[in-house]
Ligand binder design. Structure first.
Ligand code: SAH
Length: 226
């Protein structure tokens, strides 16, 4: 475990995701090459950081598999300067990848990522991971119920939900900017879920089903179990 060349492992994983057609865009590829996933997984799982699989964080929750992070970033069509809301901070890894795309260090007009986490210990875990990897100024972690969105910072250019909802929470649609994209898994708590995309153009909404997925359940007011 001590002698792993994480950078080489990261390159190998990114090449695999390019080969399998999951990673396509230069900005997403660059971000996945840059963000050290080994710093976001629990210490004892570091040696598995570059396996293309979800890993446990705590409280029965997970950090999504790298191919899912890559796919969702591709679907979001992120641009430098975007203001992004993520529901489900977990480890903070996905937020860091998004921040690397919308707010790269060289950007003149950087964007920002707000990420909400319902479980206090995980919000602290995400914050700590983002601090030690230098994303602290580009990502704000909030402890709370993300199904309510974050009205004080709305509207958002992009919204991403990383847990499966019974239906699309209305506050999130309301807080999507004109020209905005929302990506959210919708379906039963542990199976039969579809990744959905909502695009808003001048108050008109366009809904698309993207693919079948498996996520942990979204909780909170507009989630499962209230
Ligand atoms: N994006 C994360 C993975 C998230 S797993 C990463 O990169 O590591 C989904 C997370 O959503 C879990 O940590 C879970 O606690 C959180 N969650 C569930 N319901 C929520 C809600 N209503 N608001 C905010 N977070 C929620």
């Amino acid at each position: 475990m001590t002698n792993i060349d994480f950078e080489a492992e990261r390159k190998r994983l990114v090449n695999y995701l390019i080969k399998t057609g999951v990673l396509k865009s230069e900005n997403v590829i660059k971000a996945m090459l840059k963000v050290p996933r080994e710093e976001f997984v629990p210490k004892h799982l570091k040696n598995q950081a570059y396996e293309d699989t979800p890993l446990p964080t705590s409280h029965g929750q997970t950090i999504s598999a790298p191919h899912m992070v890559a796919m969702m970033c591709e679907f979001l069509e992120l641009r430098v300067g975007d203001k992004v809301l993520e529901i489900g901070a977990g480890s903070g890894y996905h937020a860091a990848v998004i921040a690397e795309i919308v707010a790269p260090e060289v950007a003149k007009n950087p964007g920002h990522v707000y990420t909400i986490e319902l479980i206090k210990e995980l919000a602290d875990f995400a914050r700590k991971n983002l601090e030690k990897t230098s994303y602290k100024n580009r990502v704000t972690v909030i402890h709370g119920d993300g199904t309510l969105g974050l009205p004080e910072h709305a509207p958002f250019d992009r919204i991403i939900v990383t847990a499966a909802a019974p239906s699309i929470p209305k506050p999130l649609i309301d807080q999507l900017a004109d020209g905005g994209i929302l990506i959210i898994p919708v379906g039963e708590p542990h199976f039969s879920q579809v990744l959905k995309r909502v695009m808003k153009v001048k108050d008109t909404l366009k809904f698309d089903d993207l693919c079948d997925v498996v996520f942990v359940p979204l909780r909170g007011k507009y989630g499962w179990l209230g």
